[in-house]
Write a new protein. Sequence first.
Length: 762
Amino acid sequence: MLFLLLLLKVGTAQEFRLLSEEDKWDIRLQSHVLIDIDQITSSNLPVLLNGRTSIALYILDYQENYDTILEQLMVKNDSLILVTENIFSKDLLSQSWVPQISMQKIEAITLDALPNGEDALEFDTVREFGVVRVLDKEFLNDSVFVDIWRRSGKMPNFIQIDPELFPKADSLVFDLNMESRVFGTVRSKSGLLNGVSFKNHRNLIVNGHFSLPIDPMESLPVFIPHKAGYYFSPDIIYTTPENRGNLKEFIGFPLDFEYGLTDHFTFGPTIKNAIRKNDKELIVNSVKIQQDEVHGKVGHFDKGAYVDAGLDSRTALEGSFTISSWVRPTVLTSNNSILGKGDNFVLKLHEGLLTFTMADIKDYISQTSPVPLNEWTHVALVHSKVNNELLFFVNGVQTDKIKLIENYDTSDYNIVIGSNLWQEFFIGYLTNIKIWKRELNANEIAKEYQKIEVNDADVSSLYIKIGIAIAAFLLIFLAFKFWKKGTIRAKLSPAPERPVKKYPSRDQKSLINAAEKILCFGSLRIINSEGFDIAKKLSPKLKQLFVIVLLHSIGDKDGISTKKLTEALWPGMSPKNAKNTRGTNIQNLRAILSEAKEMNLIFLDKSWFLEIGNNCFCDYQEVLNYLNDLGRSGVTVAYLEEQLPQLFSILKADRFFVNMSDSWLDPIVENMSNRIIEFCYDISKILDMDKHSVLMYDLASVMNIYDDLNEHALQIKLQILIRQGKLSLAHTAYDNFAKLYEKIYGEMYTVKFEDMAVSNPL
């Protein structure tokens, strides 16, 4: 009996975070009258006990004299809730279901006037619950609270009043709880997802959990989630009478960074659109290509210079879009156009301020987005069709957000770089102009800004040229040996006891002469024989389908069964729906892969298999070969000297499938990352720090890519830089490591620079 009592006491845990998810939703979807326990007296307590709704009590600090009030309210209320500043434990509370919610989880707004229009109240923080503090009886109007609910996507869970207002508040809360509702959750792989809107619910932004009242006079709501930089599964849910009471759960996945990239204008040695590849359509007027010490080849615009992007550009800048560019104005007039498209789109500098213009409507001048003279500045503009707003960014940081007074509508004109329909010419330098047909989020724009690195003053261009010359010589030398001997001979120490499989280098043939490529390190790229990246045509789901089949077709793998494929990509779907969805996706993937000659998706021996031709290079296959070959015992240093540069050239591209994440893929990526780090660590024990400083530095760079806080890699870099006399660069590398360590772990990095620079690696 004692055991059962203890179990009961433990099982009725009072903290909200310890409740079941079902119990949590019961609280999220109900409204309660909230009263400060210190305002309850013997005269108003009977009124509270006669109410129709459950009461919530606000308790600042628990006192023993509260027990009598608590006991009476616990008898009356099936679900008394305590809102507290400090969670407390009492045997009295363990006798009933009395959850405690910390005030830190509740957002409070005050209703001190009847709101109207733009003054309407709403919850706008990520806190899970909301309380409305009502100061006067006349404000207890049910339409006001339904409007707060509808605008916030969060029910007013608590209505805080003085006890004398209880009768009217009790009636209001009762009616509010009788409202029909729909509810759900938006989350990512790592947790609740904040800042999510719905395409057909204007101005509604939800954070994690959401609920909405259902108007019986309107159609049942449809949910199409949207968040810049994400796609969702499912991507749409219709509410029906049958599913109205079901949880609507959406899972958000990060988009590939280059997904939706429609244009990328580069300047050197000629002006090109690297995405559309319509260079012959470009009309260039007086734009000069000049060498810049920071960005290399850039476009110089002066005396009426501009670039007409051609007929294909008429389809750009529709709906939501993002534009980014590096700009360096040398003269600022009242208006200097960076990009123009007919009469409805101009991105320009207005007296040095980043500005978006819609002709005959408005100049949206961002007063907080200045662009200086004679300095390279990264600017970006995001148009959100869903939220009907503009976001301005300068050097990777959001500087402004402006609501449009009228919806943006594209025009059927060509894009013009450096000018617009009013001939407001840009004067200065432009480079790396990119356009996406989607919204980039703040993290993506910061990443785009950080991609271009300013040349370090300590590193002269002479060293860069020498490095290029050495690399070219090495490639020629290896090509000659390959031609002369037919293959690069494996340099082994005394012969092993049994023959060892060799993995000959395919660098020259594969990287230079291969007609087609599958590149998995970095963003997924599938290059066909015409040089086009057909991966850009893949939807996120088709990209997952391609990758999972690819990973089960490389090495000693012989494909993936239909059952495993369905469990990974369409979990929880009924067999009939899964069959139809799977068939449609496979058909679509095959259609896109038909643009490549060396790749074929086949069904062989009850498994799906990606057939890769001999004239197709796959960096994942090559890396596996290198790791198996160079990781075996008995490999000589001379052989490592030959092979490692080619392996590192692949691994330095970026992480394995850097922009993809899913429950089935993450363990594979983690295993590959761990294998690469372990391989690099083992190789670092073989190479000589002085003789192989270039290889060792590349090795450390690879380790850093897969583990930002790898101390072994840091120590290698520090020792090499110090031996080369680059002490300031060594200190910079150490300081950056220490800052990142503190940011991630929230504590100072305690290993001193001097200790990391010792001669013996960790």
